[in-house]
Design a protein around this ligand. Structure first.
Ligand code: NAP
Length: 215
């Protein structure tokens, strides 16, 4: 399911969680920037399986999202993709806490796991399953475009957790110019026949055309 022999003894690993519907350059730049800034040995992209908060929303088939992610990361030796949430989604909703535990078990206690995702997604973290445990054992990197007001997120997260730390201690912020690109915008552009060239890797663009996604 997951081929990671080279990074088994990693000190710091990033888990890049997202729907990736589709993956775009903003996600890739975020992961690379996080890798550099936080000294991550590797970044593992985890396309969401059955996101608990998206029951009523239409999300593209997970195999399409997974394959587009594989195509997008193929040229970066520090990036890989995991099917861990996709496999688990057969049994019901997939929660980040279970995904993080899976990787913590895989790598062992000497490895620090970072969860990287969008700042807007993190606004709801207080509703996530076992969020206190998650924040106690994992570090978070919240990414957004420049000019995004992180103050709303800081206010939401300014809360103590049982270990005595505050959530704010566990979360770092990244401003990523390329995050002006969004998956929603790419889907809308495809629907209205506009170009998506240079917003996502060419292989992903070709995959979208070949499989007639959102047309
Ligand atoms: P979302 O609500 O679709 O996205 C919110 C914002 O964050 C969007 O602007 C999105 O941009 C951006 N974003 C999402 N993933 C990103 C990433 N990896 N890097 C940079 N920006 C990102 O978020 P989502 O994709 O559903 O959820 C994000 C992660 O949080 C997933 O791994 C999901 O499983 C997890 N989550 C867990 C729980 C839980 O355990 N209860 C609940 C909610 C979310 P784009 O649309 O352009 O990507």
């Amino acid at each position: 399911m997951l081929q990671l022999p080279l990074i088994r003894d990693a000190k710091n690993v990033g888990i890049m969680g997202g729907t990736f519907d589709p993956i775009h350059l903003g996600h890739l730049v975020t992961a690379e920037e996080a890798r550099q800034q936080f000294g991550l040995d590797s970044v593992i992209f985890v396309p969401s399986g059955h996101p608990p908060h998206k029951n009523s929303q239409k999300v593209s088939d997970m195999e399409h999202r997974y394959l587009m992610t594989v195509l997008a990361v193929i040229t970066n030796p520090h990036f890989t993709v995991s099917r861990v949430e996709i496999e688990r989604s057969l049994k019901g909703p997939t929660y980040t806490v279970d995904t993080v535990k899976w990787f913590q078990n895989y790598f062992g206690p000497k490895t620090q796991v970072y969860f990287i995702t969008g700042a807007d997604a993190m606004l709801d973290i207080l509703t996530w399953k076992d969020y206190e445990h998650l924040l106690d054992t994992c570090r978070f990197i919240a990414a957004s475009r420049p000019g995004y007001s992180f103050s709303r997120l800081r206010k939401t997260l300014d809360k103590s957790i049982s270990s005595g730390a505050t959530i704010l201690d566990r979360v770092s912020y990244l401003e990523i110019p390329a995050m002006a690109i969004s998956s929603t915008d790419i889907r809308e552009r495809v629907r209205s026949g506009k170009t998506i060239k240079y917003l996502t890797p060419e292989a992903v663009e070709q995959y979208i055309i070949k499989n007639r996604l959102w047309q």
